[in-house]
Every structure is written in structure tokens, then in C-alpha cells.
Design a binder for this molecule. Structure first.
Ligand code: MN
Ligand code: MN
Length: 468
């Protein structure tokens, strides 16, 4: 063996999905991406993703957990939480106390939420006031078509589901921006300050109606339209949950159609791949769990976020049903024997912004599933930091199943960072590692993922469920 051969043998080189994937998977990869685009268009909010997950799961034989019915190996059930959070399970052949295999992803995404008293008129234009949700670059939300999704409860207690801006003949909405001709002062501000949170107001109308005695004729018209179409009045906004999201559909990107471009891929790309993989299972050894949570983008708080006791309650219900009762020790042993893939997206290396990333330890679009041993920021603060033993175990499963994968950090040390649900799962006393799909333009209204990586995420979760 000459030096060159020996060097090739000794060194590590990142794989490339399109170079290394078997030819017979290429068609499946493209078909999978088409199904994923369809899912993205049907689920632009956590509520809609929940509805879509239930629809898909029921078509695959999952039934809602029923306290009165017994459970046995191979059974497929789901629990939902307030319409925003869902846990699906396929009961394994082993005693549940031997541990669960959990894939956890989040179905909330950065967006603009309507304030509780949103509607106002100014200079014959009607607007909705918003408060942004999650980490956004505010300038990205101006001058693009937006849609309104959400729920309003009327005085009689009935619920109205709102979705405006998605059908071809629907109107859309927008946040206006200043023309460059008059933007001298704005353009000299920092990007953080150029658009302020309080100016992210949604244009909703401009035609005034009624007599001149009405001071706000445009607002009057909008209230009339809302009343005619949805039977609601202005005070019904006070309790409503209305989310503003990009109005465009998921698209193929590139002359080679190599990417998916869409809103909300963080983290619905992991939610969809996790769902599709749990659907494939028959009777796994360990009970398989797919957990889709809300509120990750604002810190996993709240009764539908990872920090909610919903997860504990669902697991306790399963143990109770399978073993007759669930005491604290059995619950804790089950959790301690469990393992979790905290399935969240990674930051793909962007050649247009190389200075914030360290190439040896960054993920690349098209180079496979990303494993992130730790996230956090500035000295691993907030990281659960998976152990060598667990990382090795997962890597071995991926290699055995022909998954193309890579490792990554979130950018350069001291450049920034971020967290996921992993640390909260680790706190329960469980092995957990972050893994997911690399994303370009993360948290923007149009995030980009590579089709090969999406397919590898699906293969990862399936391998984990079947082989751990
Ligand atoms: Mn995420
Ligand atoms: Mn995020």
C-alpha cells in the first residue's frame, strides 16, 4: 500500500447523498419529496399539522387512545393535546419497561401572530397588528404574500376555522415596505432595526363604505366583510388565535429540482419523515413513539411544548394499560431505558456566508442526515451533549442500514447558537441526540432543503425504530 492509498484508508471524508446512494433509491427519494411538499401545503400551523398527522395516521390504522380498551404488541395508537401536540405509538413486543424508541420533532414555526386587538384604520388603510413568534429576521416578512390561518370562537361558543390566502382566488395580505427612493434613513440602520416589530402590520383593506358620519369607513367595511363571511364581530378577536404565514406553496427549487423550498420546514421536515417512518412499522421490539410538539420556537414552554407533562402522561397511560398500573419506579425505569432522536433541523453550510461557519464541523445540503452531538451556545451552554456511547450506537445503526449521514455544530464557536427539545428530554434521564435535515435560509419564509437529505432522515428514523 503506497502513502496515497494508506492516507485514503485512514482519513474520514464526508459522504455525498447523490454520489453514494444506491440507484434504486433515487426514484423513491423523488416520490417521497413530492409527498412531503403536499404535507407542507396542508400544514402551515401546529394545529393544521396535528390534523394532518391524525388524518395520515388513521389511514394507516392508528386509533385514538381509549382507556377502556386493552393494548397489545403491534397496536397503533395516538394521543393528542389541545389540538397542537400529538404522540403516536406502535406497541413493541418487549416489555415496555425495556424502554421506548422515541423520535421527537416540533410542528410550530416562526411566524407573525395577530395581536388580541388587531384591527385598526390609518389614513384610509386597514391593518392588523402583529406580534412575531420565534426568531425571525423582520425584514424578510415585508413585501411578500401572506395568509391568515387560525381559529376564532364566537359568543355562542362555536368555533370558526379561518384560512384565507391559500386558494388561487383568495386574497392575500402583506406587510408594506418603504420605497428605496425614500429609504435613505432606513437603509443606514442595522438590519435588526430597519424594520421594527411594531411596524409588522398586515394590510387588510382599503375600500371605505357607509355614510360620512362613520369616522373609519375602511375598518367598517372590513368588520362587515368578516361578519358576513364568518359571523364574527371585532370583540371575537380578543380570544382568537390567528397566525400569519407565507401564502405561497412548497415548490421544487433548482433546474435539477434538487431542493424543496417552502415555509415551515423547521421542523416539519423532521415531523413528516418521523411520521412516515413510524407508519412503516409492524411490531417493533421496543415500543416506538413519534412525538410532535408545539412551542419549540419560543423555548418549549407551555402546555403543548416539550416541557408540558403531556409526554409523561401519555407514557404513564401506556405503561398502565400494558402492565395493569404505572408506579413511579416503573415509569422512571421505562424512561431511563429509552432513547430519543431529537429530530430538528441543522444549519446547512451556505457558500454565500462562509465566515460564520467552520467547514470541518458544519452540515452540508446533499450530504445526508445530520447528527448533532450538542447544540447550545458559547461553551455548550444549554446543550445536553450526547455521550460517546450513545452517538456510537446511533452511528452504527445508520451505517448498518445504509443511511448517509454527517455530523455538525451550529456554526462557529462564539458566533451564536441555539437549542432544541433535546435538553428537556435528557433531563428526564434518557439518552438523546439531535439529528435532522440541513436547511438553507433557516427561519426565513422560504427555507430550502435537499431531497436526498429528506430521504435520509426518513431512513434514519426507520432504522432507529427497527434496530435499536
Ligand atoms: Mn427547529
Ligand atoms: Mn427553529
Amino acid at each position: 500500500m503506497d502513502d496515497k492509498e494508506l492516507y485514503e484508508k485512514l482519513k474520514y471524508e464526508r459522504s455525498d447523498v447523490y454520489r453514494d446512494m444506491p440507484d434504486n433509491e433515487r426514484r423513491a427519494m423523488l416520490d417521497f419529496a413530492d409527498d412531503y411538499r403536499y404535507f407542507l401545503d396542508r400544514g402551515k400551523t401546529e394545529r393544521e399539522c396535528c390534523v394532518e398527522a391524525i388524518r395520515m395516521a388513521e389511514a394507516k390504522g392508528f386509533v385514538k387512545f381509549d382507556d377502556k380498551k386493552t393494548l397489545s404488541a403491534g397496536d397503533r395508537i395516538y394521543f393528542t393535546n389541545r389540538g397542537k401536540n400529538i404522540l403516536l405509538a406502535v406497541i413493541g413486543s418487549d416489555d415496555i419497561e425495556s424502554g421506548l424508541n422515541i423520535v421527537g420533532a416540533h410542528i410550530d414555526s416562526p411566524r407573525l401572530d395577530l395581536k388580541q386587538n388587531p384591527l385598526y384604520e390609518s389614513d384610509s388603510l386597514a391593518f392588523f397588528k402583529t406580534h412575531y413568534y420565534g426568531g425571525i429576521k423582520k425584514y424578510q416578512w415585508t413585501a411578500i404574500p401572506l395568509a391568515i390561518h387560525g381559529v376564532v370562537y364566537k359568543k355562542d361558543g362555536s368555533r370558526v376555522d379561518i384560512c384565507i390566502g391559500e386558494k388561487d382566488d383568495d386574497p392575500v395580505f402583506c406587510v408594506t415596505d418603504l420605497l428605496p427612493h425614500l429609504a435613505k434613513d432606513q437603509m443606514s440602520k442595522s438590519m435588526a432595526e430597519g424594520i421594527e416589530g411594531e411596524s409588522l402590520n398586515i394590510l387588510v383593506g382599503g375600500i371605505g363604505v357607509g355614510s360620512n358620519e362613520i369616522s373609519e369607513r375602511v375598518k367598517y367595511n372590513i368588520l362587515n366583510i368578516l361578519n358576513i363571511n364568518y359571523d364574527i364581530t371585532e370583540s371575537d378577536f380578543l380570544s382568537a388565535e390567528l397566525e400569519i404565514v407565507p401564502a405561497f406553496r412548497a415548490r421544487n427549487v433548482g433546474l435539477d429540482n434538487g431542493f424543496i423550498g417552502a415555509y415551515g420546514q423547521d421542523d416539519r421536515v423532521c415531523a413528516f419523515t418521523a411520521l412516515r417512518s413510524i407508519f412503516e412499522l409492524n411490531t417493533p421490539k421496543h415500543t416506538a413513539i413519534c412525538l410532535l410538539v408545539d412551542k419549540e420556537e419560543i423555548g418549549s414552554v407551555g402546555n403543548t411544548g416539550m416541557l408540558s407533562r403531556f409526554f409523561d402522561m401519555a407514557v404513564a397511560e401506556l405503561i398502565g394499560k400494558l402492565k395493569g398500573s404505572c408506579d413511579l419506579l416503573t415509569f422512571n425505569r421505562t424512561i431511563a431505558n429509552s432513547a430519543c432522536l431529537s429530530s430538528d433541523v441543522g444549519a446547512a453550510f451556505d457558500p454565500n456566508y462562509p465566515s460564520v461557519m467552520e467547514k470541518n464541523n458544519q452540515s452540508f445540503a446533499g450530504k445526508g442526515m445530520v447528527l448533532m452531538k450538542y447544540t447550545g451556545s458559547r461553551g455548550k451552554s444549554g446543550a445536553s451533549d450526547a455521550s460517546a456511547e450513545f452517538v456510537h450506537e446511533i452511528c452504527s445503526i445508520l451505517d448498518k442500514n445504509g443511511v448517509i449521514w454527517q455530523t455538525s455544530e451550529l456554526g462557529k464557536v462564539d458566533q451564536g447558537g441555539g437549542g432544541t427539545i433535546a435538553m428537556y428530554i435528557a433531563n428526564l434521564n434518557m439518552d438523546v441526540i439531535d439529528c435532522g435535515v440541513p436547511v438553507l435560509s433557516m427561519h426565513s419564509p422560504f427555507e430550502v432543503t435537499a431531497k436526498g437529505d429528506i430521504y435520509m432522515a426518513y431512513k434514519t428514523y426507520l432504522a432507529f425504530y427497527n434496530d435499536r
